[in-house]
Design a protein. Structure first.
Length: 376
């Protein structure tokens, strides 16, 4: 079976060294009541629990997850520097223009455990993956022009694999433009910038291969990710996935492997930038990072080749119950994203937090109903 890999170092997604398979993500204690078998790409199967409940099957309930690997390497030397005048980008080929303009906003993250990448999203503030810095006692940032800056970890969210670092704002790191108001589309150009194999400021390109891919997270559930064929490799974790306009659409996080190596085979995953920023804002505001609970169990993929997921049970008093979701409802979309299997629904819901609102488009008999639920 094909191995599923995560790009970098640490528990949420994996631990270095890269030569050894990372451990199975931790399984929280819960009853097998929320159990379901959901199939992931390439035939890999992953045991997972509730319908966005944040409660998963016990370790004995869950089939083994295929091996996952992070994208980071042990730092030795840094290399490369970004382009100079972003204004010159207008005369370049599109990908070159993106590299020139966005490159200085992508940094190399160096720790006593490994190496990854990061994206400057505000003055002195950097997004990276939780697994890049997890367990590290020393964290520094290598800029595109070769400077080394001491970084402080302000907080992290293992479930969404996002961490926020702070460096001295006086360093003047340029802030990356973020595609918060743009719709990401399957087939659009995707450009990755990061430090694979310690090669700082490496640029690769491809397309967005799929959206809302359910990727296993450290909580034993799924996160909804952008899939891309832009090559990302060990060291790219935490780096930028950008569109043709040079705006960041995602934070590169994980890769699928062929089971024999840790390098790209053209299937990589990134945390959507809106979700990454939502996590960052919660960290900066000191808000809870607990997963939101919908309150549906025994949901099943359809067996009649129809789209959607059929609800088997609604927990009394839950967010789903209060919103009016009913047993037998066929969930067609979650927050306007079409769903074709249970894992996609779980990923879309479990990427949210308590108090967040999700909108479900539901087929109920001959009617299509829109249901709004506030996660608890």
């Amino acid at each position: 079976m094909t191995d599923f890999a995560w790009p970098t170092s640490s528990p949420p997604v994996s631990r270095p060294p890269e030569s050894t398979p990372p451990p199975t993500p931790p399984q929280p204690a819960s009853s097998g009541k929320w159990r379901v078998l959901a199939s992931f790409v390439a035939g890999a199967t992953i045991g997972v629990g509730s319908f966005g409940l944040g409660m998963l099957a016990t370790e004995n309930d869950a089939p083994p997850i295929s091996t996952v690997q992070n994208t980071s390497t042990v730092p030795t030397t840094s290399g490369g520097s970004a382009g100079a005048d972003a204004g010159a980008a207008a005369t370049l080929e599109p990908t070159s223009a993106v590299a020139l303009a966005l490159g200085p906003s992508v940094v190399q993250i160096e720790t006593d455990l490994g190496l990854g990448s990061g994206v400057v999203f505000d003055d002195g503030l950097i997004l990276t993956n939780d697994h890049v810095i997890d367990g590290a006692t020393q964290v520094s940032v290598r800029t595109s022009d070769g400077r080394s800056l001491v970084a402080v970890v302000l907080g992290s969210d293992p479930r969404n694999d996002i961490a926020v670092l702070q460096v001295d704002a006086a360093a003047g790191l340029p802030v990356a433009p973020l595609a918060l108001d743009s719709e990401t589309l399957v087939g659009q150009t995707a450009i990755a910038i990061g430090s694979p194999f310690q090669l700082q400021q490496t640029v690769t390109s491809g397309i967005v291969s799929a959206l809302n891919r359910p990727v296993p997270n450290s909580a034993g559930g799924f996160s909804a990710m952008i899939q891309t064929d832009a090559p990302i490799n060990p060291g790219n974790s935490g780096g930028a996935l950008a569109d043709i306009d040079g705006e960041v659409i995602g934070i590169n996080t994980s890769i699928r492997t062929d089971g024999t190596g840790n390098s790209s085979i053209g299937i990589g995953f990134a945390v959507p930038i809106q979700e990454a920023i939502d996590v960052a804002q919660r960290i900066l505001n000191g808000e809870s990072l607990e997963v939101g609970v919908l309150g549906v169990s025994n949901a099943q993929n359809t067996t009649d080749n129809a789209v959607g997921v059929v609800v088997g049970e609604v927990v009394a008093g839950s967010a789903a119950d209060q919103a009016g979701l009913q047993v037998g409802d066929r969930v067609l979309k979650v927050n306007d994203a079409p769903v074709t299997n249970f894992a996609e629904v779980v990923g879309l819901v479990q990427s949210k937090f308590g108090g967040d609102v999700v909108t479900l488009l539901v087929q109920r008999g001959d009617q299509t109903v829109e249901i709004t639920a506030t996660l608890t």
